[in-house]
Design a protein around this ligand. Structure first.
Ligand SMILES: Nc1nc2c(c(=O)[nH]1)N[C@H]1C(S)=C(S)[C@@H](COP(=O)(O)O)O[C@H]1N2
Ligand SMILES: [Mo]
Length: 296
């Protein structure tokens, strides 16, 4: 799938030197790898955030709550091979599937997406992965399946952050089935043309670019088709602050801060946050008739 260049991506945006150099490095690396160049070239004006920043400024609370904790601890601790995912719930073909078998039938795709954290910062990340919409039908969800629930590994021997009670582990997230089947929803296995760094959720994580970053759950070990709306870890921790949908929406503030603007990592001035993170033309239809202030 081609990423359409959205009207919000302005060529006049100033690209700072690090970002520019990061992009040059990316293009150089990509030309020697599998990445299809046309998809990369599409979002002119939104330069990819340098690999160095994408892989050292992280939220992965299982490895600590400091932005640099995951990069410092996850690579040495997280065991990503062998890896398997338990698929279950409302489907005709449940079972545990090895990562290789999960990915084998699919051609990896390159997607450059904006990532907007609920905390008010953002990045542009060149992911590699497979559309979740290609993977899910293989398990033959039943007509009762209306949501998909995802769970992250929770192993205290590998994840020092589990000792802290920040969240009720394991980390759980969920999507409505139609959101999960949307062509933008990606099961990512890599970024910048390499395997996913541990700190970014190796070996398999979700990327839902029109939702706040916390919906993009990392290091997935379980996928379940369910009839009722899953309770995500963040909803459980603070239902007043975190809803199930968590679509990026500059008009719905977090109870403790505005969501109208964001700081793009590598930039100095804040920029306006876009409705559905700039993907409104592609995803707004999923929420037709919903009150986005009530169902946030
Ligand atoms: N399992 C798990 N997944 C997670 C998180 C986490 O703490 N644990 N943090 C989320 C948040 S808040 C964000 S913004 C993104 C960050 O992804 P990145 O570190 O690859 O940029 O991962 C999301 N996925
Ligand atoms: Mo986030």
């Amino acid at each position: 799938m081609q990423i359409r260049s959205a009207p919000d991506l302005k060529d006049c945006d100033v690209t700072d030197r690090d970002v520019y150099l990061g992009r040059r490095r990316f293009l150089a690396a990509a030309s020697s790898l599998l990445l299809p160049v046309p998809a990369m070239a599409a979002p002119a004006g939104d330069a990819p955030t340098p690999f160095e920043a994408v892989s050292t400024y992280n939220n992965f609370y299982e490895f600590g709550t400091g932005k640099d904790d995951p990069a410092r601890t996850a690579p040495d601790r997280l065991i990503t091979r062998p890896w398997s995912v338990a698929v279950g719930g409302e489907c005709a073909r449940p079972g545990r599937i090895g990562l290789e078998d999960l990915l084998k039938p699919h051609r990896p795709e390159e997607r450059i997406y904006r990532l907007r954290c609920v905390e008010g910062w953002s990045m542009v990340v060149p992911w590699t992965g497979v559309p979740l919409a290609a993977v899910l039908p293989r398990f033959e969800p039943t007509s009762r399946a209306r949501f998909v629930e995802f769970t992250t590994l929770a192993d205290p021997r590998q994840m020092p952050g589990l000792r802290a009670g920040v969240l009720d582990w394991p980390y759980v997230e969920g999507l409505r089935l139609d959101e999960a089947m949307h062509p933008l929803t990606l099961l990512a296995t890599g970024l910048y043309g390499r395997d996913l760094p541990a700190q970014n959720g190796a070996p398999l994580r979700l990327v839902v670019p029109w939702k706040y970053g916390f919906k993009s759950i990392k290091s997935i070990v379980s996928i379940r088709f369910v009839e009722t709306m899953p309770t995500s870890s963040w909803m459980k921790a603070n239902p007043r602050e975190y809803g199930f949908y968590s679509n990026v929406n500059p008009q719905v503030d977090h109870p403790r801060w505005s969501q109208a603007t964001e700081r793009r990592i590598g930039e100095f001035r804040r920029r306006d946050t876009l409705m559905f993170n700039g993907y409104a033309d592609q995803v707004a239809g999923l929420y037709a008739g919903m009150d986005l202030k009530a169902d946030f």
